[in-house]
Write a new protein. Structure first.
Length: 118
C-alpha cells in the first residue's frame, strides 16, 4: 500500500520559514514526480512545486519561485519543501503528491496545515 505522510506544518509569522517533509512508502518512485499542492479555504487546490524523483529537475509555481525550494532524499524516500519568506497568502493545507507528472497524480498525502500570521 502506497503511503505519503506529510509533516512539518504549523503556525509561523510573516517572513518566517518552515520545512515540510513527505515520507513515501509502498513502491519505488524512480519514474515519478513528487509534488506539493496547497488548498486555501474557499479556493481550489493548486500546484506549488514538483521534483523529478530520479533526475532531480524541479518545477515551481510563479507565486513561490525564489521563496520555496523542493528537494528529495532518495535514500530516505522522503521529499521536502523548504518555505522561506512566508506570506499570509501562503496559508493553506499543503499536500504531498506523486504521479507520472505534476498534472497526473496517483497518490496523495493527508495534508498538513500551514498558517502564516502577523
Amino acid at each position: 500500500q502506497v503511503q505519503l505522510v506529510e509533516s512539518g506544518g504549523g503556525l509561523v509569522q510573516i517572513g518566517g520559514s518552515l520545512r515540510l517533509s513527505c515520507a513515501a512508502s509502498g513502491r519505488t518512485f524512480s519514474s515519478y514526480v513528487m509534488g506539493w499542492f496547497r488548498q486555501a479555504p474557499g479556493k481550489e487546490r493548486e500546484f506549488v512545486a514538483g521534483i523529478n524523483w530520479s533526475g532531480g529537475s524541479t518545477y515551481y509555481a510563479r507565486s513561490v519561485k525564489g521563496r520555496f525550494s523542493i528537494s528529495r532524499d532518495t535514500a530516505k524516500n522522503t521529499g521536502y519543501l523548504q518555505m522561506n519568506s512566508l506570506k499570509p497568502e501562503d496559508t493553506a493545507v499543503y499536500y504531498c503528491a506523486a504521479g507520472p507528472s505534476t498534472s497526473m497524480v496517483d497518490y496523495w498525502g493527508q495534508g498538513t496545515q500551514v498558517t502564516v500570521s502577523s
